[in-house]
Write a protein of this length. Sequence first.
Length: 95
Amino acid sequence: MSKLRALKVEFYIDTYGKLRIKNLCEDFPDAKFIILYRQNILEQFVSLQLALRSNRWNTVRIIDKDAPIQKIRFDVDAFLQYLSYTRKSYEDIIN
């Protein structure tokens, strides 16, 4: 029986780091890949902005109705740039 191995690659690693999706395909030609796509890119963008602001990258969702509401300034141009980048990243991986 073959071993199962998993790896999560964030787009920023592929863009700015040394790890490239193309290289993974070349280095592991028999590997099977599952591409996960978050349908709500707006939610992903807001989550990223909150993480950048708070410097909290891992959270456990606990519903606390007394917790203060976190606010961010929504930058439409930054979101549209992020949307374009995210869609292109998925297209590059799939094609």
